[in-house]
Design a protein around this ligand. Structure first.
Ligand SMILES: Nc1nc2c(c(=O)[nH]1)N[C@H]1C(S)=C(S)[C@@H](COP(=O)(O)O)O[C@H]1N2
Ligand SMILES: [Mo]
Length: 505
């Protein structure tokens, strides 16, 4: 048989193996056992932090798509090699297939809560792949005494190949459809959130600057930035959900979702920010959260002396460490169930997540939270802090020019320059803008409902023709002016002034 046919056979056999494995994980109802995603997820866990930061910066939320495409390409190359090897000697092809299966099975084992049974889809997939490889090679082999060298074999190969493609596609899609059974989307839609015991302050009129292109004061859920390491979203059934509070406490607590909804719920406006946000970046969002007081829960548990951190754990196996004093100092630390008037979206932590005003998400905003261990920094370290990120990570003061956009062309005359600024839990007291390095000018600050949200600002600028550089800086509620020192997000958040260059005609 020719090389081309052999390469194609390898590709088809690997496709069939993946399709069968998808189907198997669907039958099981265990997304973590599907080899492609399992390998991707295991890869993310082993990726060095600098590369992850680079991926988040360069591809944003598309970083996962890039990863999966790369993985797909890698598997395709390996599959072609398998086909070519099998052409030499069939046993070599079998070994290649076996390696593919072992990688999938091994990756599935590393997923949170995985057991030996999670290897079954990969193993079954490999057996199917081996069978398909044998069938294709047999179909392509010239028959002794057969008719012309091409026609019949080619037709047989084509038929077997087309059959394989159909089979792989149908089983792969079938597996996906079966996995959809585990989706909690419908359960989520049926949830009715209780009325809050304590309402959020009304958002003051004028909090939203009315300038075209301006960021909305409240970020709609569908536009809210998302940062996590999950290729598939954890599907946590609220009926099964439990939160354990244990460790250095007088009375360990176990809470069901119903227990949680029965507690007095606070409604609060809080702006979240990601430590990976660059100066001028968009990894910040503001929402109205509904949740129980974490402070009250911890008080009931009775935190022992000597405790300095809460190590929270999520259904996706992430751990996050939060300094205890930020949970007990009177700020509105929440175990949130609602976001902007609906149950938490699955991507934002359904059924429950933490929200702590003033701390970067990686040390406070645990999504799909299931466990709070009351402990010490010296005893346990969390996912990101083990990778060198800071344990203490209050959000740094940052301001951003949202309009005009970088390199926008504007007409000479009055041009509104507007944007946002945040210093959660300290508040923003002033925002200044300067043009071409000239004197700093006070902007008009929009009102905000409290210290825990961002604040909008606007300056009417008399723009003259030419190219101009606009810069912004904020002063927080303690009177500290935002530093111009440029530092990258690692290890505790970026600083520097945001600037935008525009052309005035
Ligand atoms: N379970 C879990 N929670 C998590 C993360 C995660 O990867 N897994 N990422 C954290 C980070 S780095 C940030 S910035 C916020 C982002 O929350 P969002 O995706 O709702 O915007 O969630 C935090 N909580
Ligand atoms: Mo983050």
């Amino acid at each position: 048989m020719g090389r081309l046919a052999a390469a194609l056979s390898g590709l088809l056999a690997a496709g069939a193996a993946l399709g069968a494995a998808e189907f198997g994980s669907g039958l099981f109802g265990r997304p973590g056992s599907a080899p492609l995603l399992a390998v991707g997820a295991a890869g993310i866990d082993r990726t060095p932090q600098w590369l992850k930061d680079f991926a988040i910066r360069s591809f944003g939320t598309g970083d996962k798509l890039v990863l999966l495409s790369g993985l797909g390409a890698g598997i395709a190359v390996f599959a072609i090699v398998i086909g070519l090897l099998a052409r030499r000697r069939f046993a070599y092809g079998l070994v290649g297939m076996g390696v593919l299966g072992a990688v999938g099975a091994g990756a599935a084992l590393t997923r949170p809560g995985a057991g030996p049974a999670d290897m079954v889809p990969s193993v079954a997939g490999v057996l199917v792949g081996m069978g398909v490889l044998a069938a294709l090679l047999r179909a392509a082999a010239p028959r002794p005494g057969g008719s012309g060298p091409d026609t019949l074999e080619r037709r047989r190969l084509l038929l077997t190949g087309a059959g394989t493609v159909a089979l792989a596609g149908v089983s792969g899609l079938g597996g996906r459809a079966l996995l959809a059974r585990t989706d909690v989307g419908n359960t989520r839609k049926a949830i009715r959130l209780p009325t809050p015991a304590s309402r959020a302050k009304a958002i003051p009129a004028g909090a939203q600057i009315r300038v075209p292109g301006m960021t909305p004061f409240v970020t709609p859920n569908k536009d809210f930035y998302r940062v996590d390491k999950d290729l598939t979203l954890p599907q946590v059934d609220p009926g099964q959900w439990k939160l354990r509070i244990h460790g250095m406490v007088a009375h360990p607590v176990e809470l069901s979702f119903d227990d949680l909804l029965k507690r007095p719920l606070l409604e609060r406006d809080v702006t979240l920010a990601c430590v990976s946000n660059e100066v001028g970046g968009t990894y910040a969002g503001n929402a109205r959260w509904l949740g129980a007081s974490l402070t009250a829960l911890l008080r009931e548990a009775g935190v022992r002396s000597g405790v300095d951190q809460i190590l929270s754990r999520s259904a996706d196996g992430i751990t996050i460490s939060t300094p205890i004093e930020t949970l007990m100092d009177g700020r509105d630390a929440l175990l949130a169930v609602g976001m902007n008037g609906e149950a938490l979206p699955v991507a934002h932590g359904f059924p429950a997540r933490m929200v702590v005003p003033g701390l970067y998400g990686y040390v406070s905003a645990t999504k799909w939270v299931v466990d709070l261990e009351v402990t010490r920094f010296a005893t346990d370290r969390a996912y990101w802090t083990r990778r060198g990120y800071a344990e203490q990570a209050p959000i740094k003061t940052l301001s951003r020019i949202d309009v005009p956009k970088p390199f926008q062309q504007v007409k000479a005359g009055r041009v509104p320059v507007a944007g946002t600024a945040w210093a959660q839990h300290r508040g923003i007291d002033a925002v200044e803008v300067r043009i071409d390095g000239g004197p700093w000018r006070q902007t008009a600050l929009a009102p905000a409902p409290g210290l825990d949200t961002w604040r909008q600002w606007v300056l009417e600028w008399d723009a003259t023709p030419g190219s101009h550089r606009l810069e912004v800086r904020a002063t927080d509620g303690t009177g500290t002016v935002q530093t111009d020192k440029r530092v990258p997000p690692f290890p505790n958040g970026a600083t520097g002034w945001h600037s935008v260059v525009v052309t005035v005609t």
